[in-house]
Design a protein around this ligand. Structure first.
Ligand code: FAD
Ligand code: DHB
Length: 390
């Protein structure tokens, strides 16, 4: 098979780029390791920046998001038995976020790819990029017992943190920066009315908790747990009891509980790989960087990579201008690092760090006290939470 661009990975990054390029007449083939049902069963992010939403609309995929997504103008921070609200709209100079699940984003993108007869190949095994340093790269994969080859001009590595793309960059070229946090998030999805119309980020001596939502009948809650815990350690009853424990009493009293329809533990990690380009291979999304989920940066940073890459490819194919491709890594990384800083800051301020000294605990309390007492600090948080421009 021959195409202009071969995209590895059918998560939100790969699908969004595939859809945007196809709309501009740029031929592409997308290879995904798993089935569509498997990809859609993963419960992940829930908060979208407006920059992401604009890109979804440009891709012709914004209709359901605009109908069913909720615009949120603020978030709550709970601490010491009380709730404080950060007015995102006021402190960001008029912006907000959209609550619409990654599962729905992905479903809308797959539906759009179907409508356009996009070339999406599922259950592509042993995907391997080749000849990245040449101007004739290609990708091989196996499917249904046969081996296949895609000849292309560029390869996009949008295959997540565990994908093959980043690993095909020679070790001497790749620089990796990482922080692994000594805890994870236990997440529960339940068909219950959300406890709060806006998200609650909770700091508590037992650890962090987050009350989020997917709709007015679907709640998503998280609690910080040690990395040694497993899902089997946490019955639904134990989860609800600990979540309530970490919330102010009046909030806990109105929390509706119910059976979990999904329960999983995600470790927290900060990670950046540089550069995001090697020869004809461009990395995007989780293939290049991981964020601890606290600031809701993961999916949104994937979207900014796709924005830069999409415009760079359009300039290359329509205007013979390679400045976007040449500057991609530097430009994408500049925004990625600011999002890293923000997610590290929010994670550090709100979680319990078991090895902290009493001095560090007091500084952590003071960081939150300062945020809640300073308009300048609230503005800094709000402009990052709604998303820096791209
Ligand atoms: P992915 O969604 O990982 O997609 C990559 C795709 O590539 C997958 O479909 C995978 O099957 C495929 N693939 C992998 N290897 C290969 C291969 N060798 N060949 C072909 N295909 C391959 N972000 C937030 O903002 N908030 C959250 O609450 C949040 N929760 C998360 C919870 C978990 C458990 C995880 C793992 C991530 C979470 N994130 C969250 C991050 C967010 O979901 C990601 O940033 C987002 O999914 C990135 O999209 P992506 O398309 O770059 O990567
Ligand atoms: C969700 C996850 C986050 O990490 C976050 O900061 C906000 C919301 C969620 O899954 O709903």
């Amino acid at each position: 098979m021959k195409t202009q661009i071969c995209i590895i990975g059918g998560g939100p990054s790969g699908l969004l780029l595939s859809q945007l390029l196809h709309l501009k007449g740029i031929d592409n083939v997308l290879l995904e390791k798993h089935t569509r049902d498997y990809v859609l069963a993963r419960i992940r992010a829930g908060v979208l920046e407006h920059g992401f939403a604009r890109l979804m609309r440009e891709a012709g995929c914004g209709e359901r998001m605009d109908r069913e997504g909720e615009v949120h103008d603020g978030v709550f921070i709970s601490h010491d038995g009380r709730l404080d609200r950060i007015d995102l709209h006021k402190y960001s100079g008029g912006s907000s976020v959209i609550v619409y699940g990654q599962t729905e984003v992905t479903r809308d993108l797959y539906d759009a790819r179907d409508r356009m007869n996009g070339k999406v190949i599922h259950e592509a095994d042993d995907v391997a990029p080749h000849d990245l340093g040449s101007d004739k790269p290609y990708v091989t994969y196996n499917k249904g017992g046969a081996s296949h080859r895609v000849d292309c001009e560029y390869i996009i590595g949008a295959d997540g943190f565990h994908g093959v793309s980043r690993k095909s960059i020679p070790a001497g070229v790749l620089r990796e920066y990482e922080r692994v946090y000594p805890f994870g998030w236990l997440g529960v999805l339940s068909q219950t009315k959300p406890v709060s119309p806006e998200l609650i980020y909770a700091k508590h001596k037992n650890g962090f908790a987050l009350c989020s939502l997917r709709s007015q009948v679907l709640s998503r809650y998280y609690i910080q747990v040690p990395l040694t815990d497993t899902v089997e350690n946490w019955s639904d009853d134990a989860f609800w009891a600990e979540l309530k424990n970490r919330l102010p009493a009046d909030v806990a009293a109105r929390l509706q509980t119910g059976p979990s329809i999904e329960k999983s533990i995600a470790p927290l990690r900060s990670y950046v790989a540089e550069p995001m380009r090697y020869g004809r291979l461009f990395l995007a999304g989780d293939a290049a960087h991981i964020f601890p989920p606290t600031g809701a940066r993961g999916l949104n940073s994937a979207a900014s990579d796709i924005y830069y890459l999409y415009h760079a490819m359009v300039d290359h194919y329509h205007k013979r201008d390679d400045a976007g491709l040449d500057g991609y890594s530097e430009k994408a990384l500049a925004r990625v690092w600011k999002a890293q800083r923000f997610s590290w800051w929010m994670t550090t301020m709100l979680h319990r760090f078991p090895d902290n000294s009493p001095y560090e605990d007091r500084l952590q309390d003071t960081e939150l006290a300062y945020l809640l007492s300073s308009d300048a600090a609230k503005s800094a948080m709000a402009e990052n939470y709604v998303g820096l421009p791209f």
